[in-house]
Write a protein that binds this ligand. Structure first.
Ligand code: BV8
Length: 227
């Protein structure tokens, strides 16, 4: 009987691919204030600064390669029913071959129009003066879910958790909601839970099982046990 696995991933799974995390030593939130670069208010105040922040991250993400953890999750799709719900905005799960990926916080690869909500593949460098390809308004922005905005795919995620036999959380500090609340929902539904992280996350006590260590080591081992 195949397992129905919902896997939440965070910045920690891409750390060994060279992409910065948020809350680790010297992380992104140590270099930039969340209010300035990851909120609609910050974008309204200084769109130039926000576009620069995401252009830098888009360029870094384009240079990064998936690591053993991304490849292991892609291989797992061949033997179990898997949905990867990622908070990450990089494309490393898809680059490793994962097909079933939901970007609940958006994606660096996508742009959107703040005026007509059209969405399209983002250019490497986005400028404030760019016009929307659909309505021509100069209101383009990264297709990223900022703080205070509603994450993508919430209904699909809730339905997947209802059906799940196993919930895994990989490389996330468990600070950001609603993602950080998925483990409590899984517990309420009687779904088995496991955390794979470099250190115990904020939701540590809610997981039945924890595997502490770098994702490139813990995830392939965990996947091998499920294959
Ligand atoms: C929402 C943008 C309502 C993309 C992100 C006041 C006003 C408004 C909202 C709120 C408020 N107070 C609280 C909230 C809710 C708010 C929130 O949770 N705030 C927190 C800070 C308290 N949430 C929201 O606003 C969300 N929207 O609530 O809307 C709603 C809700 C439900 C239903 C309907 C409506 C929107 C949140 C999304 C914000 N956007 N990013 C970008 O720029 O990237 S969040 C940002 O944090 C990223 O998406 C990131 O993925 C996410 C979580 O961070 P992590 O991935 O966990 O990364 P972190 O650095 O924290 O941790 C890394 C972990 O990896 C560590 O534990 C580390 O030990 C581990 N690690 C490191 N190396 C490795 C490793 N593990 C394994 N191997 C390694 N090698």
């Amino acid at each position: 009987m195949r397992e129905q696995i919902v896997i939440l991933t965070g910045a920690g799974i891409s750390a060994e691919s060279g992409l910065g995390t948020f809350r680790d030593e010297g992380g992104l939130w140590a270099q930039h204030r969340i209010e300035d670069v990851a909120t609609p208010e910050g974008f309204a105040r200084d769109p130039e600064r926000v576009q620069r922040f995401y252009n830098m991250r888009r360029a870094e993400a384009r240079e990064a390669a998936p690591n053993a953890a991304h490849f292991a999750l892609a291989a797992l799709e061949a033997v179990q029913d898997v949905l990867v719900v990622t908070q990450n905005v990089d494309g490393l799960h898809e680059a490793a071959g994962s097909k079933n990926v939901l970007h609940m916080h958006g994606s660096l690869a996508r742009a959107m129009c703040g005026a007509c909500a059209a969405r399209w593949d983002a250019p490497l460098v986005m400028q404030v003066a760019d016009a929307c390809p659909h309505c021509a308004a100069q209101a383009t922005r990264p297709d990223i879910v900022w703080f205070g905005e509603i994450p993508y795919g919430m209904e699909e995620i809730d339905a997947a958790l209802q059906n799940a036999t196993l919930f895994a959380s990989i490389g996330t500090s468990g600070n950001v909601y609603p993602a950080a609340g998925f483990v409590a929902e899984a517990r309420r539904l009687g779904v088995r839970t496991v955390e794979l992280n470099l250190e115990p996350s904020a939701g540590y006590s809610l997981f039945e099982e924890a595997r502490i260590g770098p994702a490139s080591e813990t995830v392939p081992k965990w996947v091998a046990e499920l294959s």
